[in-house]
Design a protein around this ligand. Structure first.
Ligand code: PLP
Length: 402
């Protein structure tokens, strides 16, 4: 895929089809017990989110509650260092400190219009749990968050936040007592409460329509980047957009309106952990193979006989053994380029941004910043880095490196 003509031939190749596929990836691989819940969503989500009153309420909350549009900030000293033009999309300035709330607001408005008055979610590090508990408090809906028993011990501040926001945090006590077990429990809960409960998934993963739905809610990021670039540099397209990928929601949002713009290079930063050959990594596109995880076909890290491999990353948000099906397709088709950034590289990039610009990034976002040194972008080129979250939650980790 080098010539522009070839790219143009697949102008609509990156949207989801009506079966929920992006190329070979996606779909809805779910137990029969979940069909009614998932079908209800598949049949209604597009129609609901295109309604005028939905869009009005969504846009109003994004503006007045989340604080959008988030700035597109020209990072002068970082640009000098890398001899190019670096803009930071400041999702760290969203209410709750990361992009995740864009999606939970969209989903709770959808849940209300489907007549649901209870919310269930799963969380690993607690970031998605907090974003979900936040919008449940906002709307006065009951909120149950499943979380692995081990994660509850590791992530005490986020557990406290969820409780203060009125959510019930239920420990998942089976298996490795972490995210995948919490996901299983949340799905079981949804199967048993199909009529009154909506399940809010936190990334572009899960059965169709979740990946597409979450990408649409997060696409406000690239919509804003386009109009902000037009205002600042007189054109909508940058040369590069860089984002970190855990499940892939902030990257999907940052890439969305550039997917069919071949001149925009899409760059994804995965968590390399201790290095891709160390056995302690979460670099899915380097280590994974096609398979089914959490209800969709994608690339995932697995053993020869298909057991999911426990991932490792210094950043909780990237500590996931798969990627969403859109990203699997972007990787498979060559539309996006993937880098594996190690724990140490991400910490270095986090300190660098802090020293040069006075912004402490989430360690997840620092993975995206770390790609700048590999790009060799030109002095006249424009690079947008999606700063998915702020680093306050990561201070204890950063301090170990001080
Ligand atoms: C959760 C999280 C991520 C990773 O999730 P994606 O769905 O890949 O965006 C990245 N950055 C921050 C700050 C997060 O909280």
């Amino acid at each position: 895929m080098t010539s522009i003509e070839q790219y143009k031939g697949q102008e609509t190749a990156f949207g989801v089809n009506d079966k929920g596929y992006y190329g070979k990836f996606g779909g809805a691989y779910i137990p029969e017990m979940l069909y009614p819940n998932v079908e209800e969503l598949q049949q209604n989500y597009l129609q609901i989110i295109h309604q005028t009153d939905f869009q009005e309420e969504f846009q109003d909350l994004l503006k007045n509650y989340v604080g959008r549009p988030t700035p597109l900030y020209y990072a002068t000293r970082l640009s000098e260092k890398y001899k190019t033009n670096v803009y930071l999309k400041r999702e760290d300035l969203c209410h709750t400190g990361a992009h995740k709330v864009n999606n939970t607001i969209g989903q709770i408005l959808l849940a209300k219009r489907l007549g649901k008055h209870k919310i269930v979610a799963e969380t690993g590090a607690g970031q998605h749990g907090v974003a979900t508990a936040t919008v449940c408090a906002l709307m006065g809906l009951e909120c149950i968050v499943y979380m692995g028993e081990i994660d509850i011990q590791r992530q005490a501040p986020n557990v406290a936040r969820m409780k203060m926001l009125g959510a019930e945090v239920r420990p998942a006590t089976s298996g490795s007592k972490t995210l995948k077990d919490a996901t299983n429990e949340a799905l079981r809960h949804w199967i048993n409460n199909p009529v009154d409960t909506h399940y809010i998934i936190g990334s572009v993963v899960g059965p169709h329509p979740y990946p597409d739905m979450v990408a649409r809610f997060q696409s406000v990021i690239s919509e804003e980047i386009r109009s902000q670039l037009l205002e600042k540099i007189g054109k909508e397209n940058p040369d590069y957009v860089i984002a970190c990928v855990g499940g892939g929601s902030n990257a999907a949002g940052a890439f969305y309106h550039f997917l069919d713009e071949p001149e925009v290079k899409l760059i994804a930063a995965e968590a390399g952990g201790h290095g891709i050959h160390s056995g302690l990594s979460a670099a899915t596109t380097f280590l994974g193979k096609p398979g089914v995880l959490h209800g969709s076909k994608s690339i995932l890290m697995q053993t020869e006989d298909g057991q999911v491999v426990e991932p490792h990353s210094i950043s909780a948000g990237l500590d996931y053994p798969g990627i969403g099906p859109l990203h699997a397709h972007l990787w498979d088709s060559g539309r996006a380029k993937f880098y594996a950034i190690t724990d140490d590289e991400s910490i270095e990039a986090g300190f660098e941004l802090t020293k040069l610009e006075g912004i402490i990034p989430a360690i997840e976002s620092a993975h995206a910043l770390s790609v700048l040194k590999y790009l060799n972008a030109g002095v006249n080129e424009t690079v947008v880095v999606n700063l998915s979250g702020r680093g306050d939650k990561d201070l204890a980790t950063y301090m170990k490196y001080l």
